[in-house]
Design a protein around this ligand. Sequence first.
Ligand code: X90
Length: 278
Amino acid sequence: MPMRKIVADSSADTLLLAGVDFASVPLTIMTNEREYVDNATLDVAEMCEQLLRYNGRSSTACPGVGDWLAAFGDAEEVFCVTITSNLSGSHNAAVIAAQEYEESHPGRRVFVVDSLSTGPEMRLLLERLQKNVMTDMAFEAICADVTAYSAKTGLLFVLESMKNLANNGRVSRLAATAAGLLGIRAVGKASDRGTLEMLEKCRGEQKALAAVVQQMREQGYIGGAVRISHVGNEEAAQSLREMLAVVFPKADIRVYAARGLCSFYAEKGGLLIGFEKG
Ligand code: X90
């Protein structure tokens, strides 16, 4: 069996994948006061608190080609998952790193998946790769499988604020205004192009969660895996898990806290939901 490695940028909120060689490549969150590297040592709760008290400019930066190359290590086969190429340069850097890696080490292979998404949908893709790299499936078969799988996964989000997304040009000011109103939650999805698409404006969290369940069903959810990440909002995430479990008691649903990059953009109270369509 060739030496295989799975690599993802830190927007996947994943620091470890049990039983496989895995590396997370950090993005960085920056204010005028300090820099937060989105790695295992980042205290996400502390970052969120400091950001809430901070009123100046803030931004993010994606990994560079060298960061990806370092993460590939000396694996013979690398499976690499990135945040959507339509909102970040992370994917582009990974593709260049992959070319350089293959050129400087003839025989080695790197497959880069553009998740066209982030957070929990990336987690689903990583779990799929985790399962497959342990088997005797060929490199090409693993690539084809994760590509097909990614067409059957989706991402929904519930946001209380879209200020950081708007300030950094990731959504229009107009789209962001709804989420800025007191008590209004913006419910949306990752579009097929890997951009934010607004679906509904909901008054109150319970209505937003009901809208998520409804949207999931409309998009083909029938009880498959669901991954829910939250920004300091475990309660809402658990409440959504329970709502889904009523209808789909056997569903594999997991809840966890978002890491740095997703916490910065999804902001306090935010939820991201990755799910299987059919
Ligand atoms: O390169 C960089 O600096 C990173 C830029 C990332 C910008 C977008 C992050 C979005 C995080 C927000 C809600 C879900 C959006 C789904 C989009 C496909 C989470």
